[in-house]
Structure formats: C-alpha cells, structure tokens
Design a protein around this ligand. Sequence first.
Ligand SMILES: [Zn+2]
Ligand SMILES: [Zn+2]
Length: 149
Amino acid sequence: MAEIYKAICKNCSSEKSVLWGDGMYYIQYQCSNCLKTVGIPRHAPRPNREGREVPKFLEKDSFYSYPPTPIEEIIRFTDAELEEHLSNHVAWQNGDDEWDEFEVKKILQIRGCKCSSAFERVSRDSSPSTKCESCNSVDFQMTLDKLAD
Ligand SMILES: [Zn+2]
Ligand SMILES: [Zn+2]
C-alpha cells in the first residue's frame, strides 16, 4: 500500500503532497534527476505467459485454465494502445502478465518527465524524496498524511 506524505520545503516553505510506494494496481518509479514519481500498471493486460492451472471445480467464466503463451504469440501493444491503456486507470486492474523490460521503458517514456535520466524503482524501505518546484531544494520535512490504495 502506498503512503501520502505532506512535504514542506525546508528552504522556501512550499508545500505539496507526495505519493510514495507501490499501490495495489501499480508499481512506482522515480526519475533520478527531478525526483518525479511515475506509476505504471502492475500487470500487462494479457494472460499470464506462464499459463494458468485452475482445478476443474473452481473454473468460472473469467477464471479458467489456459496453456502457457509461446513467446512469439505474446500480445504486443502499439504506442497508441499503450497510451489508451495508461490513460484509463480502471483498466489497470486488468491483466495478469508481467511487462517486458522494453515495455517498461516505453511506458516510462509515455508517462515520465522530460529529463531522459534513469528511473529507479521506488523501494518500500527508502524514505520519500522529492524536489521543490519553486527553489529546486530536495530538503523536505515529510509527515505521513494518510495511506492510499
Ligand atoms: Zn523550495
Ligand atoms: Zn525527471
């Protein structure tokens, strides 16, 4: 579960709120330059490539066994399809597959900032960080405000 912090810049006193950590349906990355955070859907909207084994008596319309997907048959998305999916947060609940590394890169390009710096996974154990839009300071007083989904 993610956390929302109230962040006050120790240099110029501007205030903002910082969402920190992975949520139920997204995982979070952070730009190593401007410290903006970007959420990407936890799963890719396609069947799990490893397939799924569901005991017969538990099978339902949306929950059934299927075989692994051969690598060349894994559904690929056009940029437009990706953008469409990313803009619809409710759809982030769909899907059961992992993203490939090049897809993560593409998604970060679409949703990220203009820095072209490396994105790092936000770790649960690291303390929240951000950069001040007014004075560029990274020295913040962080107070946990509430928990987010
Ligand atoms: Zn500031
Ligand atoms: Zn950036």
